[in-house]
Design a protein around this ligand. Structure first.
Ligand code: ADP
Ligand code: MG
Length: 703
């Protein structure tokens, strides 16, 4: 399929359809950019009213061009797009970049026009970017194509950039240029009628000129396909994404507390985490990371040494590093002895290493050498603050000259040095990312360490469990046949059982006598719960009694519970008698449907306080064993599962297995709308887990 996008990125000849003679027009700017950037192919302006545009011979229509035309950039008014595209098809044009707006984004006639455009493109087997986009760039020496209308020409580099926002595209190109970030490819997607973001990512994956992929995303076309592709691509090249714009609709939940905890953004978060995409919060951060990833090797660990000529910024950098999960490297005695011997008395020889204000190039050089040689150091952050008594370009030179000899990432911060300062240029020109503030450098280093850890982790596999699908089908059909969406308590438990879940011993009683009999069978202590179709959260109605030790106690609870509920018009029809489970930790496991992302699995430390603690994590299905483990490990209270205060560790492996079983269940039964297992008890290592309470709701029929 990569041939398809070569039609866009590597044409031999381009027609600019709608090329205007007026410098104020976008089309003129596009032509001008193609010329200025030195496109290595033929250019044909198309303009029915002019014989030449921008000093080049023009043709009335693409059909009049005497040679082959590989690609057409379309900048005519919306009403004319279809007819010129038809002409392109007849001419044998293979690639289209439609800059013109006025399609689905305006609704009404725009939607129809877009559909017709799509059928034309399909009919002629063309490849199209847009409509409503700002063009594409390929800086490869053989091509040298800037087909955008951005006034700022790009620098050549190894970063591919894909943006869903054309408006931001210009700003992004400008910023890239300012921070001296070079691009391999750039594409503004527009309405993505033909070429999708996912297809572009796959193209960048194979592109030998591209080492880092940057995305600016406003919404996901096909999130599940994105995950599938990105899982593969991030193993080869880092993907750094900024997701903003419209907030996705977010998960809805009818009854479960878990669903209610899903904010509008958890889907995006889960999606990125699951496929190793590095998420940033701003354009600035996007480029901070891009610089680091494209110019420096990944760190082997999180231990960072900081070299500075001022105490304050050293402390600032330390704080920032630690808050991003990095560690301050402990220098070896040998390194410290060497520094003590060679640095002035007032200097600080422990990390952060303070060279004091009069530090010059040679002093930086000497310390950098010693620190980069130290095996306890994985990465280096070099800081310089004004006023620098000596020449800061000399320091900049020392930094890149030393750094290039070591396979450890070196980032720098020439505090408050503008991006056009000579020192910044010296660093940027020699592959050292330089940041205005140490904080930005710290964050970038942390992202590199995170990515490196991601690569080191096993990919994981999708397991398929042997389950009783027939039984599950039976339960679901029965609920549908009753025109219900909510499963009875016992049905919920049975459904989970069909997928291999263990349930605490549970029996149903319709009378006190039966309850007493069952309690004897199960053995005291037991739990007693009143069941009523209107009661969802039993505790809130006083419909749960725990740790019942004798038949007398059971009798008493049965009586008070019945009276209390009857007085509220909720006379219980059934009672649940359960083994009273002890010794486990309460977790919560569930699923909530997101309109955009589909089923999202939820996991957290559970119990009745779960919605206050909000310590839950979300994951998309399907889920690998590694995804499940990562989810469990990523909750804040994970140490509790590992065992604190001498407690034995919990059976995390079993939890991970059940997350995957749940994932399989909701994948196989797409009409399950909500699952809430709370509590899901996890016992000591190797002792497994048990469901105590579960609610399952089907999605509305036909929905
Ligand atoms: P609901 O969530 O509808 O209020 P639950 O059945 O989850 O009702 O019971 C509420 C709480 O009581 C649980 O979170 C758990 O802490 C405790 N509990 C309920 N049943 C048992 C049981 N069989 N063994 C141990 N603890 C239980
Ligand atoms: Mg519960």
């Amino acid at each position: 399929m990569s041939g398809r996008l070569d039609n866009i990125f590597s044409p031999q000849s381009i027609a600019v359809i709608g090329a205007s003679r007026s410098k104020q027009k976008v089309s003129w700017q596009v032509l001008d950019n193609l010329l200025k950037f030195g496109f290595n192919g033929r250019i044909y302006p198309i303009n029915p009213k002019a014989t030449s545009v921008h000093s080049i011979k023009a043709y009335p229509s693409v059909l009049d061009v005497p040679d082959e035309v590989d690609m057409a950039i379309i900048v005519v008014p919306a009403a004319h797009v279809l007819s010129v595209v038809e002409e392109c098809g007849r001419k044998g044009v293979k690639g289209l970049v439609v800059i013109t707006a006025g399609f689905s984004e305006i609704g009404g006639v725009g939607i129809e026009r877009e559909q017709e455009l799509h059928s034309l493109v399909t009919k002629y087997g063309m490849t199209m970017i847009g409509p409503n986009c700002m063009g594409v760039i390929n800086t490869h020496d053989d091509v040298q194509m800037d087909s955008t209308f951005s006034p700022i020409p790009p620098l050549k580099g190894d970063i591919a950039f894909m943006t869903q926002s054309g408006a931001l595209g210009v700003a992004i190109l400008e910023h890239a240029r300012n921070v001296a970030v070079g691009l391999s490819k750039f594409a503004s997607l527009g309405n993505a009628v033909d070429v999708s973001g996912n297809e572009l990512i796959e193209y960048m994956e194979e592109d030998p000129e591209t080492a880092v992929i940057l995305l600016y995303i406003e919404s996901f076309g096909d999130p599940r396909n994105f995950v599938r592709i990105a899982r593969r691509v991030t193993r080869r090249k880092p993907i750094i994404a900024l997701k903003s714009g419209r907030t996705e609709a977010g998960a809805r939940a009818a009854v479960s507390h878990t669903g209610a905890m899903a904010g509008p953004d958890v889907g995006t978060q889960a999606l990125f985490e699951q496929c190793g995409v590095l998420r940033v919060g701003s354009i600035q951060e996007l480029f901070d990371l891009a610089m680091a990833f494209s110019q420096q090797p990944l760190p082997q660990g999180r231990r960072v040494a900081v070299i500075t000529n001022g105490g304050g910024p050293g402390i600032m950098a330390t704080d920032a590093l630690v808050s991003h999960g990095m560690q301050m490297a402990e220098l070896s005695p040998k390194t410290i002895a060497y520094l003590e011997k060679n640095l002035p008395q007032e200097a600080s020889t422990s990390n952060p290493i303070d060279l004091i204000a009069d530090a010059d190039g040679p002093r930086y050089r000497l310390v950098m050498e010693a620190v980069l040689k130290d095996e306890g150091v994985d990465a280096l952050l070099v800081i310089t603050v004004p006023p620098v008594v000596t020449d800061d370009v000399e320091i900049a030179r020392a930094i890149w000259e030393v750094a290039r000899d070591y396979d450890k990432p070196t980032l720098s911060s020439f505090v408050s040095r503008a991006e056009d300062s000579p020192a910044f240029m010296e660093l940027a020109g020699h592959g050292i990312p330089s940041y205005l503030f140490p904080e930005n450098a710290a964050r970038s280093l942390a992202a590199m360490a995170t990515y490196r850890e991601y690569l080191a982790r096993e990919e994981g596999e999708f397991r398929v469990f042997d389950v009783d699908r027939g039984k599950a089908e039976e339960i679901v059909s029965k609920v549908r046949a009753d025109s219900r969406t909510r499963l009875h308590e016992t049905e919920s438990l049975e459904l989970l059982q069909a997928y291999g879940f263990n349930i605490v011993e549970t029996r149903m009683a319709h009378s006190l006598e039966k309850a007493l009999e069952l309690a004897e069978e199960i053995g005291y202590p037991v739990a007693l719960k009143a069941i009523h179709p209107k009661i969802v959260h039993k505790t809130e109605y006083g419909a749960v009694a725990l740790d019942i030790r004798t038949s007398d106690e059971l009798r008493r609870h049965f009586g008070t519970m019945s009276d209390r509920l009857s007085s509220k018009g909720l006379a219980p029809k059934e009672f649940m008698v359960q083994e009273f489970a002890r010794g486990g930790k309460e977790t919560i496991m569930g699923m909530t449907l997101d309109p955009k992302f589909g089923p999202m699995i939820v996991f957290g430390l559970g119990g009745v306080y779960v919605e206050f603690l909000k310590d839950v994590v979300f994951g998309l299905t399907p889920m690998t064993d590694m995804d499940a483990v990562r989810m469990i490990e990523s909750i804040r209270s994970y140490p509790i599962l590992e065992g604190v205060r001498g407690e034995p560790p919990s059976d995390v492996a079993s939890l991970a297995e059940y997350l995957q079983r749940l994932s399989q269940m909701v994948e196989e039964f797409q009409d399950i709308g909500e699952v809430d297992i709370n509590p899901f008890l996890v016992f000591e290592k190797d002792k497994g887990c048990k469901v105590v309470d579960a609610r399952v709701i089907l999605a509305p029929a036909g929905g």
